[in-house]
Design a protein around this ligand. Structure first.
Ligand code: 9G3
Length: 584
C-alpha cells in the first residue's frame, strides 16, 4: 500500500536555526534542530512526528530480526511490583537509579529499568518441561533509569526505548545457540541501520566471569573507549588484552643516578632524553589479605585496575601515608631494595626488557640498567596494562587503532542467577527439577537513533540512511506559480505510486529556506523542480549523503527511480537504492 505524500506545509516539524546550549553533541543538537524531538524534562524526551517515524523504523528492523530467529514478542508492564525485586535480592542492590514509587494502597513498585525479574516470574509457573525449551521472548518497551546526570540527549536519558529479550534453556549448548543467533541478529540490525559497529567481547575472565558481547557504534561522542583492528578484533580498553613493546635503554650494569625533583614518568623520560616506553612505572597497593603488592608496567602505559585486582587477589593503591610507612617514595619507587615480603608482579611485556630505568626507592634517585635476576626478582608476570592504540592486536599482531564507541546493544549469558533466586525450574528428561539456564539481550532502540545521527550527519544537518529515513524523497518546487507546483505534485504522486515515501515542500518559503531544512532534516534524496529546469525538460536530483547533484531528464526520471529501486544491490542500510541513480 503506497504511503500518502507528506506536505511540509502540514507537517509538525519545528526546525530551529540554533540548538539549545545544553546540547553538546551532534545527535542531541540535530534531533532538536530538525524538529524531531523535544526535551520534556532532564533526560526525558518527546518524539515529534519525524523523529517518531525514524524510531518506528528502527523498531521494525529490530522486530524483523527478532522474529527471524524465532523470538516471540510480548509486552510486559513498565510498572513492576517490588516483591519480585525482593525475591531476586536486587531491590536493595540499586540506589536512586531505580525509580521507585508506591501505589494508593502503599504497595511498593518500581518503573522497570530492565525485566529479568518480571520475565522469570512470568514463566516459572507454566514453563515447566524441557519439551517446551528453548524459548525466547522479547519486548520493545520503555525503560526507566534515574541517571544521576542525564546528558547527550538520547544517549543517556532517564526514560528510553529498549528491545529486551530473554531466553530459557535446558543446556548451556542451547543457550550458546541462541546467544549466537542473537549476536548475528544484532550485527544485522547495526548493518541495516547503517551503523559502523564493532562487536566487543567483554573480558570473560572479568570478575564474575560474565560472558557478554557489546555492540559498539564507533563515534567520537561515544562514552566507551575501544581499540580495534582491521582483522575484526575489537576490545573495550577497560579489559582488553594488552600486548605492548617497551624498549631497552641501557644494560651496562646498575647505575644509580641523581634525579632531583623528578617524580613523574614524563619528567624522568625527559630528564634522560629517552622515550617513556624505556622507563618502568611502579604502583604499590595491598591485596585483600593486606599483603604489600608492588606492580610494574611500561612507563607509557597505565595500570589496569581490573587486571591488577585479578592478578593480586584484590589491589587497593596505598595512600601516601601507607607508602611512608613502608619507606616507599611515590616518585621513585622500584624493585631494587623493596621492603621484606613485598610481592612483585610485573607486566609480562617487561620480561623481554633485561634492564630497567626505574625508581631507586630513595627520594631524588633512580636506577638505570637495573637487571632482572641480578638486581631484583619478579615474583609474577601478568597482563597488567591498559591496552591502547598502537599496541599489537592479540589476533593478528597489527597495531591497534583507537576509537570511542556508543554501546547500542548487548548480549549476556545469565546462567541460573535469576532462575535459582526465583525458583524457576523445569523438569529435565530424567524427571529432575532444574533451574533454567537463561540469556538476556538488549538493543537500545532510542539510543540507536542517536548513534545513527552521530555517524550520519554534517554541519548542514542529518543524512539519514535510506532504511531509517523519515521519508525517502523530498520534492522541492522552487516556486508555487506556473507549471512548477503541478509538475512537483505529479512527480511526487508517481514516486509514491512506486512505493517511495515522499514529502513535498509546498511551503511559501524562499528556496534557500527549503534547501536548508531539507539538508537539516536529512531526507536522503532531494528532487528540485524549477522553471529553468522545466524549460529544458530537466529536474535536479541531489543525494544528501554525498551532495552529488545531477540534472535528470524529467521524462525518464521516474523510470530511473524505479530502475534504481529494482536494480539496487542496496547495502543493508539501503544506500544502493539511489546511489545507482548516479552510477549509470
Ligand atoms: C537496575 C538499574 C539499572 C540497571 C539494571 C538494574 C543495567 C541492570 C543490566 C541489564 C542487563 C540486561 C536485559 C536487556 C539487556 C541488558 N542497569 N542493568 O540490570 F535496577 Cl536501576 O539491564 N537486561
Amino acid at each position: 500500500m503506497t504511503s500518502p505524500v507528506l506536505r511540509m506545509s502540514k507537517l509538525y516539524a519545528p526546525t530551529l536555526k540554533e540548538s539549545p546550549n545544553d546540547a553538546e553533541i551532534a545527535s542531541h543538537k540535530l534531533l532538536l534542530r530538525a524538529g524531531m524531538m523535544r526535551k520534556t524534562a532532564s533526560g526525558v524526551y518527546t518524539f515529534l512526528p519525524l523523529g517518531y517515524k525514524v524510531l518506528a523504523k528502527v523498531e521494525s528492523i529490530v522486530r524483523e530480526e527478532m522474529d527471524a530467529i524465532g523470538a516471540q514478542e510480548i509486552m510486559m508492564p513498565a510498572l513492576q511490583p517490588a516483591e519480585l525485586w525482593h525475591e531476586s535480592g536486587r531491590w536493595n542492590d540499586y540506589g536512586p537509579e531505580l525509580m521507585r514509587l508506591s501505589d494508593r494502597h502503599d504497595h511498593d513498585f518500581c518503573l522497570g529499568p530492565t525485566h529479568e525479574e518480571l520475565i522469570t516470574s512470568l514463566v516459572r509457573n507454566e514453563l515447566r518441561s524441557y519439551k517446551q525449551l528453548p524459548l525466547s521472548l522479547y519486548q520493545i518497551q520503555v525503560k526507566f533509569r534515574d541517571e544521576i546526570r542525564p546528558r547527550f540527549g538520547l544517549l543517556r536519558s532517564r526514560e528510553f526505548i529498549m528491545k529486551d529479550a530473554y531466553s530459557f534453556h535446558a543446556t548451556q549448548e542451547s543457550l550458546q545457540e541462541t546467544y549466537d543467533d542473537m549476536s548475528r541478529a544484532y550485527g544485522n540490525i547495526c548493518e541495516r541501520c547503517g551503523l559502523d559497529y564493532r562487536p566487543v567481547e567483554a573480558d570473560s575472565g572479568q570478575i564474575g566471569g560474565k560472558v557478554t558481547t557489546e555492540f559498539m557504534a564507533l563515534a567520537p561522542a561515544g562514552e566507551a573507549e575501544l581499540v580495534h583492528c582491521s582483522c575484526g578484533y575489537a576490545a573495550n580498553t577497560e579489559a582488553g588484552e594488552c600486548i605492548c613493546h617497551p624498549t631497552l635503554y641501557k644494560n651496562d650494569g646498575l647505575e644509580k643516578i641523581a634525579t632531583p625533583g623528578i617524580h613523574t614518568i614524563e619528567e624522568l623520560a625527559e630528564f634522560l632524553g629517552i622515550p617513556e616506553s624505556s622507563t618502568v612505572k611502579a604502583l604499590s597497593g595491598k591485596n585483600d589479605e593486606g599483603k604489600l603488592i608492588v606492580m610494574f608496567v611500561p612507563g607509557d602505559h597505565e595500570l589496569n585496575e581490573i587486571k591488577a585486582a585479578r592478578a593480586a587477589g584484590g589491589f587497593e593503591l596505598l595512600t601516601d601515608d601507607e607508602m611512608e610507612g613502608y619507606g616507599l617514595h611515590k616518585g621513585s619507587m622500584g624493585p631494587v631494595g623493596l621492603p621484606e615480603g613485598a610481592h612483585v608482579i610485573a607486566d609480562r611485556s617487561l620480561e623481554s626488557v633485561p634492564a630497567w630505568v626505574v625508581g631507586a626507592n630513595e627520594e631524588g634517585y633512580h636506577y638505570v640498567g637495573a637487571a632482572i635476576g641480578r638486581d631484583f626478582t619478579v615474583d609474577e608476570w601478568a597482563d597488567l596494562s591498559v591496552v591502547k592504540p598502537g599496541d599489537s592486536c592479540p589476533v593478528c599482531g597489527l597495531p591497534l587503532q583507537g576509537a570511542r564507541g556508543i554501546e547500542v546493544s548487548q548480549v549476556f549469558q545469565l546462567g541460573t542467577k535469576y532462575s535459582e533466586s526465583m525458583g524457576a525450574t523445569f523438569m529435565d528428561e530424567d524427571g529432575k527439577e532444574k533451574p533454567f539456564i537463561m540469556g538476556c539481550y538488549g538493543v537500545g532502540v532510542s539510543r540507536t537513533v542517536a548513534a545513527i545521527v552521530e555517524q550520519h550527519s554534517d554541519d548542514a544537518g542529518i543524512a539519514w540512511p535510506m532504511s531509517v529515513a523519515p521519508a525517502h524523497v523530498c520534492v522541492i518546487p522552487l516556486a508555487l506559480n506556473g507549471d512548477v507546483l503541478p509538475v512537483a505534485e505529479k512527480i511526487a504522486a508517481q514516486l509514491a505510486d512506486l512505493g517511495f515515501e515522499v514529502v513535498i515542500d509546498d511551503r511559501k518559503e524562499r528556496p534557500g529556506v527549503k534547501f536548508a531544512d531539507a539538508d537539516l532534516i536529512g531526507w536522503p534524496v532531494q528532487v528540485i523542480i524549477g522553471q529553468r529546469g522545466l524549460d529544458n525538460g530537466t529536474i535536479e536530483v541531489k543525494l544528501r549523503r554525498t551532495g552529488d547533484k545531477r540534472d535528470v531528464p524529467m521524462a525518464t526520471f521516474v523510470e530511473m527511480m524505479s530502475f534504481a529501486r529494482r536494480q539496487a544491490k542496496a547495502s543493508k542500510a539501503g544506500y544502493g537504492t539511489f546511489d545507482i541513480l548516479f552510477d549509470r
